[in-house]
Design a binder for this molecule. Structure first.
Ligand code: CUA
Length: 317
């Protein structure tokens, strides 16, 4: 990170930074000339004892100058903007394509349907909020939205494109050096908008293949047929709105992260311990009864649903 908050660390961000700085400097020069001239003339030619201000109007040379110069500037900026926009919108020649879907209030990243991202159940790797890409590789992002308009933006890497329901939009990103970059939904999309974050991880090719392997192991863990029912119940219930389980679409931030819930000593802020089948069942069946005052409501799940969810949660070690 340099001295500027939007220090560009990829060609996409650099392209917009370049045009930003050209226009910024031009605006400063214009400001200095116009306001400088105004102040200078105001002081030098003002009406004062010993000097009478001259009244006149019309000055062909000056008027021509301040019409022609701004016209040339505006035309130049337009041409420059279109050139830069072409670069920024050109998704051709990308090394990989990732589908990114915005929904209230998370991002679902679907990796390409390539063998290296394939899971044991025949589907392909997906993740919420976190996107991993290899360094110095042009990555094509296909944006869509499930509900309202969102906007994908990782400032250091660049881009910023709306995710619009019912319509595909395109963007490309590329990172100069490995690191973790923060992004944010940039279109107000409801109460959870501020928490609709993006974590972009740029990795060396070695790190990237290592990460794919571990991400597949993690994701395949959720494909175990023995706990499939519980996982699907959990992911289709309001649970996902409050809780995060890494490797799934559950990315809620209101309640505790359940990624490793089965390894915890207690749940419900320490009120329930140990974390075993009996306690999880009692808790999920009726949270307010197990811990008065808890913000987790009773969803009146059936005994079977509770059983399935508990069996799944117990695998989250
Ligand atoms: Cu999604 Cu703001």
């Amino acid at each position: 990170m340099g001295p500027w908050p939007n220090d560009p660390l990829g060609p996409q961000a650099r392209t917009s930074a370049e045009i930003y700085w050209i226009m910024f400097v031009a605006a400063i020069v214009v400001l200095a000339i116009v306001d400088g001239g105004l102040i200078y003339a105001g002081i030098k030619f003002r009406d004062r004892p010993g000097h009478t201000a001259k009244q006149f109007h019309g000055h062909n040379t000056l008027e021509l100058l301040w019409t022609v110069i701004p016209t040339i500037m505006v035309i130049s900026f337009s041409v420059l903007s279109f050139q830069k926009l072409n670069v920024m919108n050109d998704t051709s020649g990308a090394g990989m394509t990732v589908n990114v879907q915005g929904q209230q209030w998370t991002w679902l990243m679907s990796y390409p349907k390539e063998d290296r991202f394939k899971l044991t159940d025949g589907t392909y790797l997906q993740a919420a909020q976190e996107l991993h890409i290899p360094v110095n590789t042009k990555v094509h992002i296909q944006l869509s939205s499930k509900d309202v308009i969102h906007s994908f933006w990782v400032p250091n890497i660049g881009g910023k494109k709306d995710a619009v329901p019912g319509r595909a939009t395109d963007l490309w990103i590329q990172g100069d050096k490995p690191g973790t970059y923060k992004g944010q939904c940039f279109e107000f999309c409801g109460t959870g908008h501020a928490d609709m974050l993006i974590t972009l991880v740029v990795q060396t090719p070695d790190e990237y293949s290592t990460w794919i392997k571990s991400a597949l192991v993690e994701a395949n863990r959720f494909n175990d047929p023995a706990t499939k029912a519980g996982r699907e119940t959990f992911l289709s219930q309001p649970c996902v709105g409050c809780h995060t389980v890494q490797g799934t679409v559950a990315a809620g931030k209101v309640g505790p992260d359940l990624t490793h819930v089965a390894s915890k000593k207690s749940i419900a802020g320490g009120a329930i311990s140990p974390v075993d089948e009996a306690n999880l069942t009692r808790w999920i069946k009726d949270p307010p009864a197990a811990k008065p005052g808890t913000t987790m409501p009773n969803y009146h799940l059936s005994d079977e649903q509770v059983h399935d969810i508990v069996q799944w949660l117990l695998t989250l070690k």
